[in-house]
Design a protein around this ligand. Structure first.
Ligand code: IPE
Ligand code: IPE
Ligand code: MG
Length: 245
């Protein structure tokens, strides 16, 4: 049936999606929210919440591989997060440096292909260099695509994509999609947001057109593999109609 994801060919490999696996999401995006509240509840500095948040990221990236996801997109730093106090932004950038340095070897051995969503070139030059090194080292990997959104805003992404599409000729749905930061990734199936907030906060607006949503009150540092599995199970039981009947 047209529109049934189980009958679509895999956009990356061109292979048919195996019947029975059609209910497993291929691409999951997570809005990792609640680090600040996690720390506040414990009377700890916000930086501790972000530090524990990185540990949650590590667990969830491993779990995505275990669950066999094709792609995982993680919202790590939005283009609006620059509005935060300078010391918090600097703590987050410090954690980003540490994370890339400590986990790149694991991406290499676990066949993880790193991708960046957003205008990462506006980050500090040493971070840009680290990112480009990590992208080059993992670009041939065929396992899970890990797309980390850094200095990402979906409206900014759409403006960039529309300009690139216009420069190449006509603006069409296909030409916009081909110029988004997510180009080459499978369609977005499921968006998860932690911490009880139920909004997109400028994340993957175009890509979420037919995505399913799953919300939890759990604060990001407490989000683990078991709860991730619950979200995937819940997704598996949903019927997607894509406007059909
Ligand atoms: C998410 O946690 C991390 C980033 C946005 C970088 P928050 O820092 O937004 O935590 P809350 O929402 O204040 O609890
Ligand atoms: C969204 O969280 C951005 C990330 C998770 C990186 P925010 O905490 O910045 O979102 P708002 O401000 O509550 O919408
Ligand atoms: Mg928040």
């Amino acid at each position: 049936m047209i529109g049934d994801p189980a009958s679509l060919d895999d956009v990356i490999t061109g292979e048919p999606v195996v019947p029975g696996e059609g209910h497993m999401p291929r691409h999951v995006a997570i809005i990792m929210d609640g680090n600040g509240r996690w720390a506040k509840k414990r009377m700890l500095p916000r930086a501790m919440g972000h530090k524990r948040g990185v540990e949650a990221v590590r667990n969830i990236v491993r779990a995505a591989g275990d669950f066999g996801l094709k792609a995982l997109s993680l919202y790590a730093f939005s283009s609006e997060n620059w509005k935060r106090p300078e010391d918090e932004v600097s703590d987050l950038m410090g954690l980003l440096r540490q994370y890339i340095q400590s986990d790149i070897a694991e991406f290499e051995s676990n066949d993880v292909c790193l991708k960046i969503l957003g205008n990462y070139k506006a980050l500090a030059p040493d971070i840009v260099e680290m990112i480009e090194d990590a992208l080059a080292r993992t670009s041939g990997n065929k396992g899970t695509i890990l797309a980390v959104a850094l200095n990402y805003g979906s409206q900014d992404e759409l403006v960039r994509a529309a300009n690139a599409a216009a420069a190449g000729g006509a603006i069409t749905e296909a030409s916009i999609a081909a110029n988004l930061d997510t180009a080459g990734m499978p369609p977005l199936d499921l968006v998860i947001r932690t911490s009880g907030e139920q909004r997109l906060s400028n994340f993957l607006l175009w890509q979420a057109a037919y995505a399913e949503f799953w919300f939890t009150d759990t604060l990001w540092p407490d989000f683990g593999k078991d709860e991730f599995g619950k979200a995937l199970d819940d997704f598996a039981g949903r019927e997607r109609r894509y406007g059909g009947r």
